[in-house]
Design a protein around this ligand. Structure first.
Ligand code: 13P
Length: 300
C-alpha cells in the first residue's frame, strides 16, 4: 500500500475527517475529505459528525476547530505551523485598544490566537470581513491584526470608521507583492486577469482586477481563461483541478513556509498515533467560541 492509501485506510478505521486548507501541498489536499478557505473549514469542522478531526493547516485553524467542537478530538500533524499574523495582536493590545475607544467592538481576523479571540467581540475571515462589519450596529469598529484587510473592508464599508490594530499588521507572504509585480505580469501575460487576496497591500488590491479570499478565487476564476494569482501558491492546485482548461500563473515567492510543513508521513503518524491533540483551556475557549459563532451566524 502507498502512504496515501494507508492514510485513507487509517482515516476510515478511526472515523476521522481530514480537513485541508487551500494552501496545503497538493498531495495533502488530495488526501483530505474537505478542502476550503478558513471560513469553509471552520463551518465544516463545526458541522462534522466524526469524533476526530485532523486539520491540515496552520495552528489557529486547528484551534478554531477545537473551540467550535470541544467534544471532538482535533489533531494537527505539525503544531509548530504558526501564522505570523496571529502573533501581531495580543490580548493586552486588544484590551488597550478597547479602553482607548470605548463602545467600539473589536473584529478579529481568524488568523489570531484563541486568547486574543477571547477578548474580541466577533471574528471574521477574508471571505466575510465586510459582512461582519456591516452586521454590527456600531459606526466605529476596531479591526486587527491585518491592516490590509482592514483597508479592504474600509473601502467596501465606507459608512463606518475602521480602526486597524495594530496600524501596520500584515502577512509577510502577501506583503511581498508589489504594483511592479502586477505591471510586469500584465506585460508578460497581456490576456490574463489579476486576482489578489485582501491580505495584499491596498496598492496591489487597487491595481488588481479582483480581490477575494481563496474560496472566492475558486468560485470566480471560471470567468476568464487566464489568471495571475496573487496569494500563496498552494491555491493553484485546486484552481487547476476545478478549471483544467484555464491557465494560472503564480508568483515564485508566494510560499508560506508554515503551510508547507505537513507531509504525507506526518499525516500518517497523526492518524496512527493520535497526535498532536489540540487543547484550548475552557476559560479561553468559552469566550472565543462566542466570537466565532457570532461570525458564523452573520456569514452568508
Ligand atoms: P483564506 O481564508 O482566504 O483561505 O485565507 C487564509 C489565510 O490564512 C490567508 O493568509
Amino acid at each position: 500500500m502507498t502512504c496515501g492509501q494507508e492514510i485513507r485506510r487509517l482515516a476510515a478505521e478511526k472515523g476521522a475527517l481530514i480537513l485541508a486548507h487551500n494552501y496545503q501541498p497538493p498531495e495533502i489536499q488530495d488526501l483530505a475529505d474537505i478542502t476550503g478557505d478558513s471560513l469553509e473549514l471552520a463551518r465544516r469542522a463545526k458541522e462534522a459528525k466524526e469524533s476526530t478531526l485532523v486539520v491540515c493547516g496552520v495552528y489557529f485553524m486547528a484551534e478554531t476547530a477545537k473551540i467550535l467542537s470541544p467534544e471532538k478530538t482535533v489533531l494537527i500533524p505539525r503544531p509548530e505551523a504558526g501564522c505570523p499574523l496571529a502573533d501581531q495582536l495580543t490580548p493586552e493590545s486588544v484590551r488597550a485598544a478597547k479602553a482607548k475607544h470605548p463602545g467600539a467592538p473589536f473584529v478579529v481576523y481568524v488568523n489570531s490566537t484563541a486568547a486574543t479571540k477571547a477578548e474580541c467581540d466577533i471574528t471574521c475571515t477574508s471571505a466575510n470581513a465586510a459582512d461582519v462589519v456591516r452586521a454590527l450596529p456600531e459606526d466605529t469598529v476596531l479591526f486587527g491584526p491585518d491592516a490590509n484587510l482592514a483597508a479592504y473592508v474600509q473601502r467596501l464599508v465606507p459608512e463606518k470608521k475602521i480602526i486597524p490594530v495594530p496600524h501596520n499588521g500584515g502577512c509577510p507572504t502577501h506583503h511581498q507583492f508589489s504594483v511592479r509585480d502586477i505591471e510586469n505580469a500584465r506585460r508578460e501575460y497581456p490576456d490574463a486577469a489579476i486576482v489578489c487576496h485582501p491580505e495584499c497591500s491596498s496598492e496591489v488590491q487597487l491595481a488588481s482586477d479582483m480581490v477575494g479570499s481563496t474560496g472566492y478565487m475558486l468560485r470566480n476564476c471560471g470567468t476568464k481563461k487566464e489568471w495571475v494569482i496573487l496569494t500563496e501558491k498552494g491555491i493553484i492546485h485546486p484552481l487547476q483541478k476545478k478549471y483544467p482548461d484555464t491557465l494560472f500563473h503564480a508568483m515564485d515567492m508566494a510560499v508560506c513556509p508554515n503551510m508547507k510543513l505537513i507531509t504525507e508521513e506526518d499525516l500518517y503518524v497523526t492518524l496512527r498515533d493520535g497526535v498532536v491533540p489540540v487543547q484550548v483551556p475552557d476559560i479561553i475557549a468559552d469566550r472565543a467560541r462566542v466570537a466565532i459563532e457570532r461570525m458564523i451566524k452573520v456569514s452568508k
